[in-house]
Write a protein that binds this ligand. Sequence first.
Ligand code: SAM
Ligand code: SF4
Length: 342
Amino acid sequence: MTAAPLPPPAAPLIDPFARAIRYLRVSVTDRCDFRCVYCMSEKMQFLPKKELLTLEELDRLCSAFIRLGVEKLRITGGEPLVRRNIMEFFRAMTRHLDSGALKELTLTTNGSQLGKYAEELYAAGVRRVNVSLDTLDEEKFARVTRWGRLPQVLDGIDAARAAGLQVKINTVALKGFNEDELFTLTEFCAARGMDLTFIEVMPMGDIGNEDRIGQYWNLAELRHTLGTRYSLHDLPDRTGGPARYVRLGETRQRVGFITPMSHNFCESCNRVRVTCTGEIYTCLGQEGHSDLRGPLRESEGDAGLERAIHAAIALKPKGHDFDYDRQEVSGRVSRHMSHTGG
Ligand code: SAM
Ligand code: SF4
């Protein structure tokens, strides 16, 4: 008797501009224990629980993407580690690391819960985390996060490193706020063997009275200042995202610059994002999105979901058009970063 033929492998995700989609970022909650001034307003209205994908739905969704060729999964939010029972989800994803289909499982976090979860994350197969940290000054930290406490985050970073996780720090470059900490932050990271990435502030969501243009610190300027103290060696690393990297000759650490506002990185974009309500955004800077929660909830099988994912990828735009150049924020998108996930 001959064995039944194997089913054809699921068709990989290739967008209309021949970019293969290998990287998925999933927001698992819109909630957060901080209220960073560039991200949220003080009084945020959060979504009712039933709108959110359940942990089981998140598993089905991520597993479908992995079947379709996604190799890197980043969990974000809101603050992913405040989602109830989120460790169950991380542990469920371990099977895809074990099978070799998933090459990396990672997360972006504000660090507040790392003291509690670092070891469990490592046990689930996470090896690297991005921790957001804009200042090393306690009073400024309280001001920028509104609700955060710096010592808790520093303890979280220590716990992550002690658990064996490689930590990368993400710092939003804010004019008149952390300009004076450029070297302190760099030294803090160098002393702990941590890479550091600066992010230009983006016009996302209504955040109350904060002045976005006043917040904008051009990274070309930041890079120039960094070069007055360190020798910067350009690195070829292209992760398919908006980051460009240099190595500092003196400390050997990698410093990245994420410049969605002033640089066009779209040609190599290999990523898509799914919100905590199951909307897929194929471009961070565009409003266009499609619903995956409907197909997830309509059927227990995943055929409809896979079709919906393919249909969404077929609509991935060529690029975005954020622009601060004319001293006005054009190409602005109305949703919050905490909704789409950073
Ligand atoms: N809560 C987690 C954290 O803060 O790392 C994950 C979600 S947060 C939305 C992801 C990243 O987006 C953070 O590094 C944050 O600093 C960044 N972010 C939020 N709003 C931003 C904005 N308007 N412009 C640029 N980066 C932003
Ligand atoms: Fe929360 Fe992260 Fe947004 Fe800050 S940047 S409010 S930590 S989701």
